[in-house]
Structures are given as C-alpha cells and as structure tokens.
Design a protein around this ligand. Structure first.
Ligand SMILES: [Fe+2]
Length: 386
C-alpha cells in the first residue's frame, strides 16, 4: 500500500494545486477529486467497515461517492484541496495501518477479510485510479513525468499476421481462490469454434492507411504533420507518430470499423481470453513508467500458447462483447462495482495498457467502457472465423 501511494503521489508531484483542481474535460474528474476519493474509499472500507471506526469527517463520503457524483459535476463539489487534501490522505492512511495491525486475516470467516480480500480491493482501487489519472495527465500541457523508463523494443520478426486458436472447450474466468472481481467469477467452461486472431495489436501505420482510405477521424491526440503523416499531441508535446507502435485512443466504433475494413472482426471477450492463455504479465509493457506504447510485438520472446504477442500491456483491446454477467454471477462486495453496469451499454476491453499497474492485470480481468470513449488507452486486435 505504501508503494501504491508513492506512485500516486509521484504522478501528481509535477503539478500545481491549480492544475490539480482544474477541470480538463467533462468526462474526467479533476485530479484533486481522484486523490480525495482514493483516501475516502480506503476510509470507508478499511477504517469504517473493517475497523468499525467513525469517519474523520462524516460529510466527505457524499462528495466522493462515484455513483452519486457524475464526473462532469465533480469540479463543483466542496471537496478537499491543497494542504487539507494532503492531510486527509495521511490521516486516513495512519488509521488504516492501525486497523491492519489489529486484524486477523488468516482465521477470518468474513468473506471481506478472507485472504485479505478487502485489502487487495483497496490496493487495486488505488492502482486503477492511477490509470484514470493518467488519462487526464495526457491533457496537461508540458506534463513532465518524474521518471520515464524506456524499454528496449526488439524489431518484430517476420511471423504470420494471424495465429490460429483451436477452440473447443475453454475455461473462462477467475478460479475461486486469490483476488479477482465479482464479474470475473465464477470460472466456467464455454465451447469455442476455432478462430484466427492477429498476432500483434493493430499498428499506427495500418490505422493511418484506414483513415486515409475511408476519410475517417484520426485517433485522439493525432494532428496532421503537414507532410502526409501525423504528430501526437498528448501532454502538449508534438512528436511524430511511431508507425510501428500500436494504435491507441480509438473508440469501439472506430475499432469495429477498422476490423471490417480489414476484412476481419473484433474478437469476443471469450475468444480474447482463450487466445491469451499463457500470457506473462511480467513481460509486458505495463506499470506506467514507459509512459507510452512500445513497438507492436515488443516482448516477442513471450508469446501466448497460440503464438499471439503482447496481449497484456501496451493498449487495452476492444472486444465485440457487451459487459454482461457470467452464469451464476454473485455481486460481491457491492452491487455498484459491476452489476449496475451490466447490459448492452458498455463494451468489454481486455489486456491492460502501458498505463495499467501490473498488479491490476490478469487474463480474466474485464474492463468496460462506453463505445464512443477515446480518452482511455484503447487499441485494436482483430479476429476472423477459421
Ligand atoms: Fe473509484
């Protein structure tokens, strides 16, 4: 938890209080809200629910409730700012550690405490908010990360464009033990027909061809360079788009349109999970500090069992699937985590991006968003019937 907090604070360290409070987009919270919400969520679950202590300030929970307060309204709320915000983060953490010191996580028959579930939940929550914060940081002029780790990217060998997944009976979802969200459970078998899946994520070069051919919108943060190619404008910098890197910041509609243009389709999330069997999150562009996508096919020495590359990391991959419950789903620990989002409004994304903390991602992890969203770190991998 200390490591997670250090990273959260590292991300915002280059920013002034004015930048922390500024509303950059109606679909993103001001960073000050994210910070207060991270602490308030920790206080709610660890200090109040597990520790049975009173909140430091009973009013705060209302303003930091993500369901009650849509993102577009968060800049107007009487949330904590400046020194008060920093003090609240520290005060909550102090009480959390005090409660943790008195907790018996081994003998607990409370499902919240068994295997430390609620602690894993709070840790994953802070990690996941880091990615939301990074979505906003793409919009901050001249944001300079404190640390950037470049990862050498070997050139991709001349492998096949697509690899075959045999299908048959495939186990989907997270098993009964270890931390996972309710929507990943229960693990269950499905029958899949054989299919082809792209060996790597779709590159900027391919996507630029599609834009040129169809007159479609370029991805978010692309502008013409005046010489027939594109520059990226994220974080207020203008850098040439790397033709070999995976395309990122495209909507589901754009991903679907690209796949059709290429004579393919998006994979279902079940196909995606089957194709990711054998993926290694230790060898994937995750965990923020590359601060960008790397070349398509990076970590080519760590293919999945079917031969696909970089299914984890770099960019989230849109699937054709709506976000729905697995058979015999049970909401835990609260309906608002997943269940209220089930239906046909949201599409599932898989695999995690460079902006996702490594701890968050596993092959069964399901992310979901509205099909028009482009500020998320989403890209494309296509499939085809075999
Ligand atoms: Fe949250």
């Amino acid at each position: 938890m200390e490591e997670a907090r250090a990273r959260t604070l590292q991300l915002v360290a280059p920013l002034s209080d004015a930048e922390l409070n500024r509303v950059y987009s109606p679909i993103l919270s001001p960073l000050a809200w994210d910070l207060g919400h991270i602490a308030n969520f920790e206080e709610l679950w660890l200090v109040q629910t597990v520790g049975h202590l009173e909140p430091l300030d009973g009013e705060l929970g209302r303003f930091y409730d993500a369901i009650e307060n849509p993102r577009s309204t968060r800049g107007e709320l009487p949330i904590l700012r400046g020194e008060q915000l920093r003090a609240y983060l520290d005060d909550v953490r102090e009480r959390t550690l005090q409660v943790l010191g008195e907790m018996d996580l081994e003998s607990a028959d409370d499902p919240l405490l068994a295997d430390g579930f609620v602690y894993e939940l709070i840790l994953a929550h802070e990690h996941q908010h880091n990615e939301t914060m990074l979505q906003l940081l793409q919009m901050v002029e001249r944001y300079e990360p404190i640390e950037e780790r470049s990862q050498a990217s070997d050139p991709l060998d001349d492998g096949p464009e697509m690899v075959l997944v045999e299908g048959g009976e495939v186990e989907i979802g997270a098993g009964a033990h270890g931390f996972a969200y309710d929507n990943e459970r229960p693990r269950h078998a499905v029958e899949l027909a054989p299919f082809w899946i792209d060996r790597t994520s779709v590159t900027n070069r391919s996507y630029a061809d599609y834009v040129k051919d169809t007159g479609g919108e370029p991805p978010m943060y692309w502008e013409p360079d005046g010489a027939g190619w594109w520059v990226r404008t994220a974080m207020g910098r203008r850098t040439p788009v790397d033709p070999d890197a995976p395309v990122v910041h495209v909507s589901w509609h754009e991903a679907d349109g690209f796949a059709r243009w290429a004579g393919k389709r998006l994979p279902t999330e079940l196909e995606w999970e089957a194709a990711s069997a054998g993926a290694d999150r230790e060898r994937a562009n995750l965990d923020h500090l590359a601060f960008d996508t790397l070349g398509a096919g990076v970590h080519a020495d760590a293919p999945t069992d079917c031969g696909a590359l970089q299914m984890l990391g770099d960019v989230w991959e849109w699937t054709s699937s709506d976000f729905t419950a697995y058979p015999e789903f049970r909401a835990f620990p609260y309906r608002e985590y997943s269940e209220v989002f089930f239906g046909d409004a949201y599409k599932v994304l898989r695999g995690g991006a460079w902006a996702t903390r490594r701890n968050v991602i596993r092959p069964s992890f399901r992310n979901w968003d509205l099909p028009e969203r482009r500020q998320i770190f989403a890209g494309i991998r296509c499939a085809k019937d075999a």
